[in-house]
Design a protein around this ligand. Structure first.
Ligand code: ADP
Ligand code: MG
Length: 708
């Protein structure tokens, strides 16, 4: 089916860009020189030959060897997009992380000398920059899975590259199973390339019936390992201390340090900057950059800026310090890193099927991850890695590799998607690592409780609509339910606010009081959900007449609100609202919400939230503040999070998130009426089957009262 060119034809030698028919710019040739020095480039012929002769190829290579940026280009250049007389095919390359998909696509557009978003684009949840001319698209694994739901043959693609397969995210694992099937149903016009960073490639090879394996060796310089003699008492403080020491004592070279999330990273940036204040003469200028997923694109891109030069002629050269999440572990390669600081932790998803509770927890990384992190220090010259734990801990405490996500997740979303994809026999689906039957069963049960599937395990009408939304099933249900309850607009706003990853309320340490009093202006007595709604409405009202971005930014700043988060919520809301419309759930003629914001109306909004999140509810106990509620789902004693805006202690609260640090918290909480819960899911709140205890007694009392 393909009309492949001879291997070395095409861009690499010509002077006219075959994608745009324009002459290449000078910049193209500059970048081409850098590209040619990447280890992958030397394997170009070999890679193309393997792909031409096999439906599945596995490629393993050190991070930074050029897999992500180069191999998809080779396929485009070789002719895998052109079909004589028909619409061109696309090459798709998946990434586990949205930041990587966006940033890499931008880089590749530059390398190919085309416009970003035209010939080379990206597609991530809630954001897409690609069009009819696109021949190469980087997308998150989750987005490709979504595309498969509407087009199970993925007929727009001739080649799919599953990148960072070693990360074994949930979506990647499901995709591998689906695409394995696709190589059978499209034997002549579909190619699958699985790319991975670690050497655990035999597993992939075995799974794909002994597909050929190509190893690309990277150039690696030695990395000196430094361990702590004693375990650190506080890894954050230790990280800051180490970063400052490197800047003041070590020879020039950039620093990369790993922390677990946005808050920690922003704190670290501020701390390092302030501790280095006034040291410029001694250690040269230092620029500190944050790098995490919810950062806007242009700020993410700044980590690739060169380090600052000396502040005066002949002075010490400057350096950059990058404070990143796991993103920088293997998906993004930043040149010039010589020092890596690895505290040994990352935020990980944990799931206990028996308790049905999924939570994000800061947990020790695996040895494989630790080695990846260390490797980032030796890309351009010999480097140093500071492990903020003992060598003994490295050898005895850390697990060999990270557990695949499919074995530690709530699978209800995946199961819903698989049903939508037409896969009925979940138990016999060809998983790389099959999840425990119990986890699958729990997922099915949860979907029954949500009304998404019937007792036969088929998607219901509600379930079909729910699967249109790129959000967890609980939220999808909340949105679908809001239509009947007549509060679509409010529920959309709440869902959008809950979907953005950034924290909307800013609370700088120096202005905590002022921030708290600003927050009080938005506080709704029923708790956090309607408080978020108030914030969103107020934001939308601001600058309504002239719609000036600047006014809104100022307003946010004055009210200690995160403008970026609100802007992104607004965009997410637009997308979700589009899907509502598509499903016929949006009553466009309804009067705008603010005119009828009465308490009965708010009660309906809370009811719609409960229609989705009825499983995340807790009941008041006598205990102290830190253990004042008992969760219905798994009988844990929890306290409400300090950020919670509830001023009283209602009998029942609905929460969004269960957080386990040294204490157990429920976060984003609102008061909820027990009646509402009984209505939200009669299946889940079937009192005949409910476990004995104080919660059941109370619910029975409510049910009896209702009968009267
Ligand atoms: P791999 O996928 O094998 O880890 P990549 O293809 O991601 O390797 O990276 C290859 C090279 O491309 C790296 O040396 C990196 O520095 C460079 N690179 C990637 N993204 C950018 C960018 N946004 N700006 C500048 N250089 C980049
Ligand atoms: Mg890569």
């Amino acid at each position: 089916r393909f009309c492949l060119k001879k291997y070395d034809e095409g861009t690499v030698q010509g002077h006219i860009n075959f994608l745009t028919s324009e002459p290449y710019s000078d910049r193209y040739f500059d970048i081409l020189e850098t590209r040619k020095s990447l280890p992958v480039f030397a394997k170009r012929r070999k890679i193309l030959k393997l792909v031409a002769n096999h439906s599945v190829t596995v490629i393993v290579g050190e991070t930074g060897s050029g897999k992500t940026t180069q191999i998809p280009q080779f396929l485009v250049e070789a002719g895998y997009c052109s079909v004589p007389g028909a619409k061109p095919y696309m090459i798709g390359c998946t990434q586990p992380r949205r930041v990587a998909a966006m940033s890499v696509s931008k880089r590749v557009a530059e390398e190919m000398d085309v416009a970003w978003g035209k010939q080379v684009g990206y597609s991530v949840r809630f954001e897409k920059k690609a069009g009819s001319e696109t021949v190469l698209k980087y997308c998150t694994d989750g987005m490709l899975l979504r595309e498969a739901m509407t087009d199970p043959l993925l007929s727009a693609y001739s080649c799919i590259l599953i990148d960072e397969a070693h990360e074994r995210t949930l979506s990647t694992d499901i995709l591998l199973g689906l695409l394995k099937g696709l190589t059978v149903s499209r034997p002549h016009d579909f190619k699958l390339i699985v790319m991975s960073a670690t050497l655990d490639a035999q597993k992939f090879q075995g799974y794909f019936d002994n597909a050929p394996l190509l190893q690309v060796s990277g150039r690696m310089f030695p990395v000196e390992m430094m361990y702590l003699q004693q375990p650190a008492t506080d890894y954050f403080e230790e990280t800051i201390r180490t970063a400052v020491t490197i800047c003041t004592n070590e020879p020039p070279g950039d620093v990369l340090l790993f922390l677990t999330g946005e808050d920690e990273i922003e704190d670290a940036v501020a701390r390092i900057e302030s501790e280095l204040e006034g040291t410029e003469d001694m250690c040269g200028p230092v620029t500190v950059y944050p790098l995490y997923a919810s950062l806007p694109q242009y700020e993410q891109q700044r980590v690739f800026d060169p380090a600052p030069g000396p502040s005066k002629p002949g002075g010490r050269p400057g350096r950059k310090v990058i404070c990143a999440t796991n993103i920088a572990e293997s998906s993004l390669t930043i040149d010039g890193i010589v020092y890596v600081i690895d505290p040994g932790f990352s935020k990980q998803k944990l799931y206990e099927p028996r308790a049905r509770s999924e939570s994000l927890q800061v947990a020790p990384i695996s040895r494989a991850s630790a080695n990846q992190r260390a490797g980032r220090a030796g890309r351009t010259r010999p480097g140093k890695c500071f492990r903020l734990y003992t060598e003994l801990a490295f050898n005895t405490v850390l697990e060999e590799t990270t557990f695949p996500e499919i074995l530690r997740s709530n699978l209800s979303m995946v199961v819903m998607h698989m049903l939508k994809l037409g896969i009925r026999d979940l138990v016999h689906f060809d998983f790389l690592d099959p999840p425990a039957p119990e986890t699958l069963l729990r997922a099915l049960e949860e979907l029954v409780n949500l009304g998404a599937i019937n007792e036969e395990g088929e998607l219901t009408r509600t379930g079909h609509m729910m699967s249109e939304f790129p959000v967890e099933p609980e939220m999808a249900k909340m949105l679908v339910a809001s239509s009947e309850l007549g509060c679509v607009h409010e529920s959309l706003s709440v869902a959008a606010m809950l979907s953005t990853s950034g924290n909307v309320f800013l609370r700088p340490k120096k202005a905590a009081k002022a921030a708290d009093s600003a927050k009080r202006k938005f506080t709704h007595s029923s708790g956090d959900h309607l408080t978020l709604l108030n914030v969103f409405h107020a934001y939308k009202q601001t600058g309504k007449e002239n719609g000036k971005e600047k006014d809104r930014a100022t307003w946010c700043w004055e009210n200690y609100l995160n403008h970026r988060t609100l802007k992104s919520a607004d965009m997410v809301r637009g997308q979700l609202s589009g899907i509502m419309q598509k499903c016929g759930l949006l009553d466009v003629d309804r009067t705008p919400p603010t005119s009828q914001s009465t308490s009965s109306h708010f009660r309906r909004v809370l009811a719609s939230i409960a229609c989705g999140y009825f499983m995340r509810v807790a009941f008041r106990q006598g205990g102290n503040k830190d253990a004042s509620y008992l969760t219905v789902m798994d009988h844990q004693l929890v306290g409400t999070h300090p950020s919670c805006t509830l001023t009283h202690r209602p009998d029942w609260v609905l929460y969004q998130e269960f957080v386990r640090t040294d204490k157990r918290f429920i976060r984003t909480c609102s008061a909820i009426e027990p009646d509402v819960l009984l209505d939200a899911s009669p299946e889940y709140y079937n009192l005949d089957l409910f476990p004995e205890g104080s919660i059941k007694n109370e619910l029975q009392r409510v049910a009896r009262r209702r009968k009267k």
